[in-house]
Structure formats: structure tokens, C-alpha cells
Design a protein around this ligand. Structure first.
Ligand code: ADP
Ligand code: ADP
Length: 232
């Protein structure tokens, strides 16, 4: 579902350059929950942002659902991005919009008719358990509730892939558990492919099928979670 080939990302210019990713290869299969773990500065954030081209790779190929994204024109890229949802550590919600409107936002941008938007948003509110809170603003919500809004918004365009950028790092352990349970449920229900990055081992052990360890911009180890972490 996701294939990264020889992915390289260099920030800065010739005088002062930082190589965040160097020739990284990674394959994530359809329907799996794949975790990338590594220390701060290892390149996790750059990696996940390259998958939807929030960050332009310097070199290499990004394949999602059989389409290579780096060579697409603007319009085609916009279309393909609908297949890729993303959630963030700090939720990135619109503070002046209600829960309902935050979830509806991507559908409005896509020009979906209002009745269809309402049906979809209500379905998503139900899924993430926020029907009762749909008229509230982000500031009135707990961290876990905010992330539920983030998840609902990410699912609005029926993506094939969900990217999670340190999605539970700002949450307490109990809330983290409930969000990870929700991600598991969504993965099972929709056969959604999930790629998450984290610096927390327990997140990987809790929900991931396979894991890759990233170090200095490259994958240094990869395999099923039980094999990578339970070696003698
Ligand atoms: P992680 O998410 O694992 O902490 P990052 O992808 O954020 O790693 O960073 C990898 C490397 O790239 C680090 O050395 C970081 O300083 C550098 N880096 C990240 N973003 C930028 C940027 N916008 N400009 C310059 N350097 C950056
Ligand atoms: P605007 O054009 O001002 O962005 P709309 O004209 O789309 O807003 O009006 C729809 C409004 O109905 C939304 O702003 C939303 O707050 C409100 N609303 C709340 N709950 C629902 C719901 N379950 N179904 C439809 N609309 C809802």
C-alpha cells in the first residue's frame, strides 16, 4: 500500500545542509498497522511528512496505492491525497470551528453536497463517540476528545491510509490506551492501512503488526513486532 524507494531528504542549502533521510526503503502492506520508532532527530517526522508530500523528498519515490506521488501534477496530487488521512500530536484543529465543522471541513473543500456531508459527519461522530459534543469548540474538549475529532476528520474522505504523527504523545496513559483502541477498531472495521511514528515502545507493542527502527535517516531493523522486540 505504501512503498518508499531510496527516499532522501536534505534540508537547507549547499553551505549548511542537514540530511534527514538517506536512501530509505520501506514497504507497508495493505491493512496492516506499521510502526516506525526512533529517537528524536532520527527522521521520523520527515519520513511521515514525505508520504503525503507535506515535505518534498530530495530524491526517491513515494508509492501509495500503486501511484507514484512525486511526479504528479498539482491537481492529480490533490486527488491522491484524499486517500491519505493524517493525525497529529497537537491535533491541528480549527479553534474557531465546532467539532461538527472541523470534521466537515475537508468535505466542504472537496465540494461535497451539504446533505451528504451531514450524513458522513454524523456517522463519523458516532464512530468516535462524540455525537453529544458536536456543537462544542476544541477548547472545551479534553486531549483525547480532540484527537477523536482529528481521527474523524482524517477519515472524512474515506482514505485507504492513515498516517499518525506521534498521535498519542501529548496524552496521558489511559487516554493513549483509548485512542489506540479506536485506531485498532478502525483498522479492523475498514481494513485501513495505518502507519504511525512514535518514540514510545509501548505504543508499538500495543497495536502494531510490524515495526521498523529508524536511525540517522535510515531503517536499521525491520520485522514483526514480536521478532524485533522479543529477541533473546
Ligand atoms: P524526528 O521526527 O525523528 O525527531 P525529524 O524528521 O524531525 O526527526 O528530523 C530529522 C533531522 O532533520 C534532524 O536533524 C532535524 O534537525 C532536521 N530537520 C527536520 N526538519 C527540518 C527543517 N525544516 N529544516 C532543517 N532541518 C530540519
Ligand atoms: P457554513 O456555511 O456557515 O460553514 P453551513 O451552511 O454548512 O455552515 O451550515 C451547517 C451548520 O449546521 C454547520 O455549521 C453546523 O454547525 C450545523 N450542524 C450541527 N450539527 C449538524 C448536523 N448533525 N447536521 C447538519 N448540520 C449540523
Amino acid at each position: 500500500m505504501i512503498e518508499l524507494k531510496q527516499l532522501t531528504k536534505t534540508y537547507g542549502n549547499k553551505k549548511k545542509a542537514t540530511t534527514a533521510l538517506s536512501g530509505l526503503n520501506l514497504t507497508v502492506k495493505k491493512g496492516e498497522i506499521f510502526g516506525v520508532i526512533g529517537h528524536s532527530g532520527a527522521g521520523k517526522s520527515t519520513l511521515i511528512r514525505c508520504i503525503n508530500l507535506l515535505e518534498r523528498p530530495t530524491e526517491g519515490e513515494v508509492w501509495v496505492g500503486g501511484v507514484e506521488l512525486t511526479k504528479l501534477k498539482r491537481r492529480e496530487l490533490q486527488q491522491q491525497r484524499r486517500k491519505i488521512g493524517m493525525i497529529f500530536q497537537h491535533f491541528n484543529l480549527l479553534s474557531s470551528a465546532t467539532v461538527y465543522d472541523n470534521i466537515a471541513f475537508p468535505l466542504k473543500l472537496m465540494g461535497v453536497p451539504k446533505l451528504q456531508i451531514a450524513a458522513k459527519v454524523n456517522e463519523l461522530l458516532e464512530l468516535v463517540g462524540l455525537t453529544q459534543h458536536q456543537k462544542k469548540y476544541p477548547a472545551q474538549l479534553s486531549g483525547g476528545q480532540k484527537q477523536r475529532v482529528g481521527i474523524a476528520r482524517a477519515l472524512a474522505s474515506d482514505p485507504d491510509v492513515l498516517l499518525c504523527d506521534e498521535a498519542t504523545s501529548a496524552l496521558d496513559p489511559q487516554t493513549t490506551d483509548s485512542i489506540l483502541n479506536l485506531l485498532l477498531e478502525i483498522n479492523r472495521k475498514f481494513h485501513l492501512t495505518i502507519l504511525l511514528i512514535t518514540h514510545e515502545m509501548h505504543v508499538i507493542q500495543r497495536i502494531c503488526d510490524r515495526v521498523a527502527v529508524i536511525h540517522q535517516g535510515g531503517i536499521v531493523e525491520e520485522g514483526p513486532v514480536t521478532e524485533v522486540f522479543l529477541k533473546p
